[in-house]
Design a protein around this ligand. Sequence first.
Ligand code: HEC
Ligand code: HEC
Length: 219
Amino acid sequence: MKRVPAIALLLASSFATAADFVDLRDAPAVRGDAAAGASKVAVCVACHGPSGNAVVPAFPALAGQHAGYLYQSLAGFRRRADPASPMTAQVQSLTDADMADIAAYFAAQSRTVPAAASSTDAPGARLFRDGDATRGIVPCQGCHGADARGHPGRDVAARYDYYPALAAQQAEYLAARLRQYRAGTLTDTSNARIMQGVAHNLDDAAITELAAWLTATPR
Ligand code: HEC
Ligand code: HEC
C-alpha cells in the first residue's frame, strides 16, 4: 500500500474540499444594491436595532460593518442551519442576491458612537495593539486595523472586506464569538479557522478586557 505522507493528510484535513467548507482566501467583492436592501430589513432591525445599531447586548450591531463580511456571515447561517441560532430561521428564505443587498444596506449605515470612552491605556487596548507574548496572544490590529475598523488592506483586496470591523460592537456579542472560536465550534470557512488559531490562547480575562475596550471604541 502506498503511504501518504503525514503532511499531506494534515493539509487535506485542514482545507478539505467538503461542500460545506468555504475558502475565502480569494473571495470576490460583494456587489449588492443598498436601496433594494432597505426594503428587506424590516424584520432584521426588530432585533438588530434601527439601521442596524443594536441596543440589546446579545444582538450584534450591523451598521457600518463591511459588506463582504456581512454577506459571508449570512451565507454561513444558511449553510450551517444550526437550530440553536435565532438567525437560522431568518435566513432560510433569503437568496444570494437578497443577502448581497442586505449586506450593502447595513454596510452603508453609520454606527452610533458609543457612550463609554475608550482609553489607549486600557488592558484591552494593549492586548489589541501589542498582544501578550508571555500568554501566546497575538496582536489583533494587523488583521482588524489599528482603529479596529477592519483590515487595513480592504480597499486594495476584496478578500479583506471579509474581515470584520470590531469597534463599537456589542461587548457581550464579541465575547460570545471569541469563546466560540476558542472552543473550535466555528470552523467552516478559511477565515473562521484563522480566528480559531488566534482565539486558541485567549484566556477569559483577555476576552473580557478586549470586548470591554472594543465596545467603547468609536467607529
Ligand atoms: C430574533 C432576533 C433576530 C432577528 C429577527 C435577526 N437577527 Fe441577526 N442575529 C441575532 C442574534 C442573537 C445573533 C447572534 C447569534 C449567533 O451568532 O448565532 C445574530 C447575528 C447576525 C449576524 C452576524 C453578525 C456578525 O458580526 O457576524 C448577521 C450578519 C445578522 N444577524 C443579520 C441579520 C439579518 C440580515 C436579519 C434579517 C433578515 C436578522 N439578522 C434578523 C438575532 C436576530
Ligand atoms: C491573522 C488575522 C487575524 C488576527 C491576528 C485576528 N483576527 Fe479576528 N478575525 C479575522 C478574520 C478573518 C475574521 C472573520 C472570521 C469569520 O468569518 O468567521 C475575524 C473575526 C473576528 C471576530 C468576529 C466578529 C463578528 O462580528 O462576529 C472577533 C470578535 C475577532 N475577530 C476578534 C479578534 C481579536 C480580539 C483578535 C486579537 C486577539 C483578533 N481578532 C485577531 C482575522 C484575524
